[in-house]
Design a protein around this ligand. Structure first.
Ligand code: ATP
Ligand code: MG
Length: 144
């Protein structure tokens, strides 16, 4: 029996999408052993960005963050893999690219603490909430 797999949610943020780094980022994701089970190009309205990041509404960077996240297209995806949330947080690296380790997505592609290339869910519960925010339903395709 293989180990239990679960899912996490990611966005390739406007800076990385605009820079044409989506392909390389998705390649890093797949090489790290994740399976892309849903994905689409979309753009958040200012209001939707505010809803998505509501947890940060009291932080000083909230307004800028919402403006930035709604400034252009993004790639939203659901990733499946063993221990997906924790493993994916490791793969993306620290929020501030200055602190991100070598080999992480943010080390390679983030421009700044705000324009930091990718989002990754921080808990299983949030992974489900965030996935449902972008994908009302999705089919899972067997890798076999
Ligand atoms: P994400 O939730 O996007 O995966 P994270 O969990 O590493 O990132 P959070 O603390 O949840 O970091 O912050 C959400 C996002 O808000 C960050 O990814 C970044 O784009 C922005 N952000 C966080 N801290 C700052 C800051 N001090 N100044 C500007 N923007 C910030
Ligand atoms: Mg976060």
């Amino acid at each position: 029996m293989s180990k239990k797999t679960n899912t996490t949610f990611t966005m390739i943020k406007p800076d990385a999408f605009k820079d044409g780094n989506s392909g390389e980022i998705l390649a890093m994701i797949e090489k790290a052993g994740f399976r892309i089970v849903a994905g689409k190009v979309t753009q958040l309205s200012l209001e939707k960005a505010g809803e998505f990041y509501a947890v940060h509404s009291q932080r000083p960077f909230y307004k800028d963050l919402c403006a930035y996240m709604s400034s252009g297209p993004i790639f939203a995806a659901i990733l499946e893999g063993q221990n997906a949330v924790e493993r994916y947080r490791k793969l993306i690296g620290a929020t501030d690219p200055k602190n991100a380790e070598e080999g992480t997505i943010r080390k390679k592609f983030a421009r700044s603490i705000e324009a930091n290339a990718v989002h990754g869910s921080d808990s299983d519960e949030n992974a489900d909430i965030e996935s449902a925010f972008f994908f009302s339903s999705f089919e899972q395709f067997s890798a076999k």
